[in-house]
Design a protein around this ligand. Structure first.
Ligand code: SF4
Length: 394
């Protein structure tokens, strides 16, 4: 008898970069070729070892992120994805994304990625202004981005995201507008744009020695023009910071926001499976050490995972609201009830009506069983304040 398998998303972390950008707190560092080769072997070994836990799943999306996954050669990317396909039931039409940084790929490498099965690229541009790129400590120029984009299109990639950043030190509304215009004038235009504000993170050079940032008013203006210019150019905003052409929303990221099951491989990679959150250890030597030591021995379990947290129903409800409200489609009262066997109004008495009255959310009839609840434009502006209202636990 044929049964429908549950959907699974796979995240693979490549923790290497040519050098650290000044604002970056991701788990990444420069590494030698030997280190990269060693890590990739261990990564494949982890992917293979864990596969028995996911026999009942069909992999719908794979995301190779980092770090800079585009430091991998075409062959290395091919071996990595072959390992996933060999050990997991990957859907034929799975969305398979690789993050790419300009300055680390050429046409040949992109062709290798395409042959490996990558069908979506996410290119980290951040800004079309070379001074701003330098200020961030990025390794690439705008011209190198253009070359990368042209090569990607030439290779056949037709689903490309571009990452942009606002509130960069020295950035003005005009220079940000120029970046948006530059991206929108690409031919063909990208299918997806992610636009985030720079955040100063502790432990980074920017966090420890904060540079002067554009003032709040400028920041808000940049936020506003992102929305206006992208919408005028045929993109719809489907998440607080993400815009897509029709049919090109990132399926993988939507799994995070909708709390679908996903498993992460590689150091620091996070997972959510069956309402249990956990992540891999962050220490690369310990990670590789364990996988190399027990290469030949089929031990039941290695100590690669930590912070294993089985979410309480309250925690699941909170996450459902925080994450679901990030999406402009909002959340469905009916789906909430089906998921938790409790009405949202019973869990949050009076809250929906209060937020609606304050103009922070809107409720649109979905069907006879209830509404869809979404952040209003004002609510999107102050989303953190709205989300805090949905806390159920300390
Ligand atoms: S390229 Fe990305 S991951 Fe690497 S250092 Fe820069 S921001 Fe961090």
């Amino acid at each position: 008898m044929k049964t429908d398998k549950r959907a699974l998303s796979v995240y693979i972390h490549i923790p290497f970069c040519i050098r650290k950008c000044l604002y970056c707190d991701f788990l990444s560092a420069p590494a030698t070729d030997e280190m990269r080769t060693r890590y990739l072997k261990c990564l494949s070994s982890e992917i293979e070892r864990e596969s028995h836990k996911y026999c009942a799943y069909k992999v719908r999306t794979v995301f190779v992120g980092g770090g800079t996954p585009s430091l991998l050669s075409g062959n290395e990317m091919k071996q990595l994805l072959e390992c996933v396909k060999l050990n997991y039931d990957v859907a034929e039409d799975a969305e398979i994304t690789a993050e790419v940084n300009p300055g680390t790929v050429n046409l040949r490498k992109l062709e290798g990625y395409y042959e490996a099965g990558i069908n979506r690229l996410s290119i980290g541009l951040q800004s079309a202004d070379n001074k701003e790129l330098q200020c961030l400590g990025r390794i690439h120029s705008y011209e190198e981005f253009l070359q990368t984009y042209e090569n990607a299109v030439k290779t056949g990639f037709n689903n490309i995201n571009i990452d942009l950043m606002s509130a960069i030190p020295g950035q003005t509304v005009e220079s940000y507008q120029k970046t948006l215009k530059a991206v929108l004038s690409l031919n063909p235009s990208p299918t997806h744009i992610s636009a985030y504000s720079l955040i100063l993170e502790e432990g980074t050079p920017f966090g420890d020695n904060p540079p002067e940032l554009p003032d709040e008013e400028t920041d808000r203006e940049m936020y506003k023009i992102t929305d206006e210019m992208l919408k005028d150019s045929g993109y719809h905003r489907y998440e607080i910071s993400n815009y897509a052409k029709e049919g090109y929303e990132c399926i993988h990221n939507k799994v995070y926001w909708k709390r679908g099951d996903y498993v992460g491989f590689g150091i620091g990679a996070a997972s959510l499976v069956d309402n249990v959150r956990f992540h891999n250890i962050a220490d690369i030597e310990e990670y590789m050490g364990q996988l190399e030591k027990y290469k030949e021995i089929s031990l039941p379990e290695l100590h690669l995972k930590e912070d294993i947290q089985s979410l309480s129903v309250e925690e699941q409800m909170e996450e459902y609201m925080f994450l679901g409200l990030r999406l402009t489609e909002g959340i469905s009262e009916k789906d909430f009830f089906e998921t938790f066997q409790k009405s949202i109004h019973e869990v949050y008495p009076g809250l929906i009506a209060k937020l609606k009255k304050q103009g922070l959310i809107i409720c649109e009839p979905e069907d006879e069983n209830g509404n869809r609840i979404k952040l209003s434009d004002f609510g999107l502006d102050v989303s953190n304040v709205v989300m805090a209202e949905f806390l159920l636990t300390e």
